[in-house]
Design a protein around this ligand. Structure first.
Ligand code: ZN
Length: 144
């Protein structure tokens, strides 16, 4: 059994990690979680974040979402299966409103295959990346 001090330490790590995920516009990579969480919990290590995220996936407290060409991302389970938007420039992933049907029933699989999930992903450019394309950098800095 961990000592009470270690348990409190672990709880604070988890609180910082979950606060980072709660404040996000979409699922985050472990590294993105780490950058946000260490503002609240300085000294938090990336390996600790990885371990904590994996523990929470094992406990089904978090979902791991995988997008092609990107490291795994993590999000809280949601009552609705929602679509995501992937920005082709900054690679940011955003939750979209609405609900997506499970399309597995409509897809014919080769013999012996098993699909364990489905994702609906739109891709394109997020608002920040789109405005970067049209506005010069100096003009954008003034707006911020
Ligand atoms: Zn973007």
């Amino acid at each position: 059994m961990p000592t009470p001090a270690k348990r409190i330490h672990a709880t604070r790590q988890r609180v910082a990690i979950n606060a980072a995920l709660d404040g996000a516009k979409g699922p985050l990579t472990a590294e993105e979680v780490w950058v946000l969480a260490k503002k609240a919990k300085p000294g938090l290590g990336l390996r600790t974040v990885f371990r904590n995220l994996q523990e929470q996936v094992d406990e089904q407290a978090l979902l791991r979402v995988v997008f092609p060409g990107q490291p795994p991302r993590y999000e809280k389970p949601s009552p609705r299966h929602h679509p995501h938007f992937v920005c082709l420039k900054c690679t940011g992933v955003f939750d979209l409103p609405g609900e997506t049907p499970d399309v597995r029933a409509q897809c014919e699989l080769p013999a012996g295959f098993e699909a364990v999930g489905s994702e609906v992903t739109l891709f394109g450019y997020c608002a920040d990346c789109r405005s970067e394309k049209t506005a010069p950098r100096a003009a954008r800095a003034k707006q911020a």
